[in-house]
Design a protein around this ligand. Sequence first.
Ligand code: AMP
Length: 241
Amino acid sequence: MENQVGTLQATSVEAAAPVRAATGAILFFGPPGAGKGTQAREMAQRRGLPHISTGDLLRNHVAQGTSLGHAAKQIMSSGGLIPDSLVCEMVRARLQEPDTFGGYVLDGFPRTLEQAFWLDRCQNAQRFGAPTVAVCIHIDFKHLLRRITGRRACPVCQASYNVYLNPPRQDELCDFDGTKLTRRTDDSEQIFAERIRAYESLTAPVVEHYRLHGRAIDVDGDRSIGEVAAQITAAVDHLRI
Ligand code: AMP
């Protein structure tokens, strides 16, 4: 099923958005726990672009019990990747929404070369004014596990915490609304190992695809959120001059 996407056409996106000469697309890569979600949200807010996280979209499908959600649930909880054809179809639908016509921040997509080739075909049709940039966040492997197993989020306001690095004032409760914090089911030590394997074998080659085309930038994720964001902004602007 995974490779069926090779035949998936980008024509619907093309038809929906004939002219998209604006900010363009910024893609975020990094192993689980590198902080790509935080940085992607920050960048989206700063540039006024929609933040599209395929992990969030899939979790919404699971929560709503759609057919995609049913297909994705077990794969996600084992740390594997959802088949390319299903994820590309989900992204295709999202990229037809008008808020993406000036550009977008993608977080967690593309995760395989097939997805990247599919996105290239879409972007050829999109005709953005600025080239796509792939931001790769690097982080010392020994920090990743604490970042993953300590991660918590408020299900109401989405505020994020880490019980080791950025704990809430009251144990397991949101600082803003007092809601009990939740933990992603795939943020366990066992599933972490599988997610890392998937990243190294399937997603790392995607970064090389963008690097080959001179579109990748590398940032050091072992710094504060603000410092990483500043590195990213400077590198993205430099690549686009
Ligand atoms: P994330 O929130 O980005 O860590 O994604 C959580 C999980 O959703 C991943 O471990 C995969 O199971 C699934 N997922 C998210 N994005 C993709 C994608 N582009 N391709 C395949 N599976 C994905």
